[in-house]
Design a protein around this ligand. Structure first.
Ligand code: C2E
Ligand code: CA
Ligand code: CA
Length: 622
């Protein structure tokens, strides 16, 4: 097979220009060097010179950078003295090329001094040099150079062709630059200049697929309380703050590690090479330390902590999306704990996430298809051992997940706007049950027997909540006195104004309000006093081991004292031992719930329990 058309040497200047144009056509930054070498080779052969080179200006660095040369040098030192040459330190020929406007030809007869230098450097007697500037938008962007040992002149046709070729190269250079910029914009965050999400995902993918197999770590970093910062400083300063944070993070990690910004106040660090949880934790600590110094913004100085989530993936089997989500989830957990914390993603968290997704998808239908149920736990008078009422507790037996904890799915419901629907369902079901018991078994369930229902903060803050409660009570022929609503401290204190309006409305209905999990929140006594609540439920965390630890004892004692001084009723939850029951009674707390008496039971079971309490001996007061 003979040479293809493009391999046939050009026989005139027109063919030469055409050849250069076709060679440059599809060039991108990855093929630039090979294509440029091919062009230089054709030029060297056509013009019968000894060597040729192509250099691009790097205006930012005020330097000229070697792109390609022909013929290639046999030995290229590292670093290459011809690679990047600063215009400031360059020899006069290079220095002159910075703003060169037209072809510069130097022949042996032109400059004795120059020839002398070349001779010293290369040992070549006489040299002819032609330097053709690449021009773009009125400025010089590079040079195309030819060297001939001995004398060589260039005629007008040749220099015309050289100018045309230089123009073709300059156009290609401008196109590559634009493509580079586009690529940069597509892969970088505008504000900080860091790689963006797209670049990060590509990098993580490459990290997972490149050897060696083994652990790879990433850190998800989230600035604590940034929204408050923006509200306080305004957006401009907020932006400058983010830039400063980006610099801090950059300074805390290794050069090979990638720092990307996902937007807002979210940053990700992908550690280079093999990295396990311990290494990631070390880097996380460094990032936290870097954030400890206040950041100065104009007149203000600001300090913000960061939350860090760590996720370790096994290359090459791990999946990028899962990996990043895991780190995201770990940082959310860190935030849930109050921020300024480092949390590593665990397989437990993965299960939780799977459950969350499953729950979200099937909760609504569960409300409708009956896989959701209400169980009832007796509230017991410690002095008599009899039930004064029950607490309604949701139960969900998921077809594939099995029993799902109410703590989990109530949280999901709140996060997905199902809380209202779920709450109404429980309230209605619990009230219906109480009415039914009273109707069917008045001998067991008397008129003072109360139904306690847990209310999520979302429900409490709904404007029509009091109306909803009134409606449900009326529907089942109950009064406010039959119902206890349990709310957490957190819910009433979080939005105190809205909450207390609702609580007052409930009080007008005669509904009793209990503060659930008391002792775990932060409410001050003053806040409590202002709220129309009637019952404190001592959190089970203090009760389970009561009598065995001095600390629980003193906490419970002070809660009892508090309730007495405010005239509030008390219920202790989580009574599992006789010792705890006796201790409570000794302190003057007479009402309790707990596994010692009964676990939460289905309606039928509860009725049986109340008819004949299974609890053995009722602990007697000392
Ligand atoms: P909670 O309101 O503090 O409910 C008491 C929890 O303690 C129940 O867990 C109950 O089964 C458990 N418990 C009772 N006695 C003992 C004991 O002696 N020892 C121990 N270790 N635990 C005991 P459960 O049913 O898993 O409910 C967990 C949480 O889910 C509840 O905490 C409540 O915050 C929420 N929840 C349950 N049902 C509902 C509901 O209908 N609506 C709302 N908003 N939340 C609900
Ligand atoms: Ca409760
Ligand atoms: Ca509780």
């Amino acid at each position: 097979m003979g040479p293809t058309k493009s391999e046939i040497a050009p026989t005139n200047l027109d063919e030469l220009v055409t050849r250069v144009a076709t060679t440059l056509m599809g060039v991108d930054s990855t093929t630039l060097r090979t294509a440029a070498e091919a062009v230089l080779r054709v030029l060297v052969e056509y013009f019968e010179v000894d060597l040729s080179f192509l250099r691009f200006h790097d205006t930012a660095r005020r330097a000229t950078v070697l792109v390609a040369e022909w013929p290639p040098r046999e030995v290229v030192p590292d670093p290459d003295p011809l690679g990047v040459i600063s215009f400031e330190s360059a020899d006069p020929a290079f220095a002159a090329s910075e703003h060169l406007a037209d072809i510069l030809i130097i022949r042996p007869s032109d400059s004795a001094a120059y020839q002398e230098r070349v001779k010293e450097g290369s040992g070549v007697e006489e040299t002819s040099v032609a330097t053709v500037p690449l021009r773009s938008g009125g400025s010089t962007t590079g040079t195309l150079g030819f060297i001939k040992y001995g004398d060589r002149g260039w005629n007008a046709d040749e220099t015309r062709a050289l100018r045309t070729i230089a123009t073709l190269i300059a156009q290609m250079q401008a196109r590559l630059l634009a493509e580079d910029q586009l690529r940069h914009i597509a892969h970088h965050d505008e504000l900080t200049g860091l790689p963006n999400r797209r670049a990060l995902l590509a990098h993580l993918q490459a990290t997972l697929t490149s050897p060696p197999p083994g652990p790879r770590a990433l850190l998800f970093i989230d600035v604590d309380r940034l929204k408050a910062t923006n509200d306080f400083l305004g957006h401009d300063a907020g932006d400058r703050f983010i830039i400063a944070v980006a610099e801090r993070i950059r300074s805390a990690v290794g050069v090979g590690d990638m720092v990307a910004r996902l937007g807002g106040d979210e940053f990700v660090v992908a550690l280079a090479g093999l990295a396990d949880e311990a290494q990631a934790a070390t880097v996380a600590a460094r990032v936290q330390r870097a954030m400890a110094e206040p950041i100065r913004l104009g007149g203000q100085s600001l300090r913000r902590t960061v939350s860090v989530g760590i996720a370790v993936a096994q290359a090459p089997t791990a999946e990028v999306g899962v990996w990043l989500r895991s780190a995201d989830q770990a940082v959310l957990t860190a935030k849930d704990h109050g921020g300024n914390e480092v949390v590593t993603f665990t397989s437990e968290m993965r299960v939780r996430e799977e459950v969350r997704v499953a729950v979200e998808m099937s909760l609504l239908s569960a409300i409708r298809d009956g896989t959701l149920a209400i169980h009832y736990q007796p509230v017991v008078d410690l002095r008599t051992g009899t039930a004064t009422g029950v607490e309604a507790l949701l139960r969900w037996y998921h077809p594939t997940l099995g029993p799902v904890s109410p703590e989990l799915f109530v949280g999901v419901a709140e996060a997905t706007n199902l809380a209202g629907e779920l709450g109404r369902w429980v309230l209605d079901g619990a009230c219906r049950q109480l009415a039914a018991w009273r109707r069917e078994r008045p001998d067991v369930i008397g008129g003072n027997f109360t139904m306690a229902v847990n209310i999520s903060p979302v429900q409490l803050l709904a404007v029509d909540f009091v109306d909803t409660v009134a409606e449900v009570l009326a529907r089942h022929g109950l009064t406010g006195r039959d119902l206890v609503l349990e709310v957490t401290e957190h819910a009433v204190v979080g939005d105190a104004d809205a909450a207390s309006a609702t609580l007052r409305g409930l009080r007008r209905l005669g509904v009793c309000v209990a503060i659930d999990d008391f002792g775990t929140g932060y409410s001050s006594l003053a806040q409590l006093k202002a709220l129309p609540v009637m019952i404190l439920k001592i959190d089970r965390g203090f009760v389970q081991d009561l009598g065995r630890t001095a600390e629980d004892l003193s906490i419970v004692r002070s809660i009892v004292g508090l309730a007495q001084s405010f005239g509030l009723d008390l219920i202790a939850e989580g009574v599992e031992t006789e010792l705890a029951a006796e201790t409570l009674l000794g302190m003057g707390c007479t009402t309790a719930q707990g596994y010692l008496f009964s676990r939460p039971l289905p309606a039928e079971g509860l009725l049986n329990w109340v008819s004949a309490p299974a609890a053995p001996a009722v602990p007697s007061p000392r």
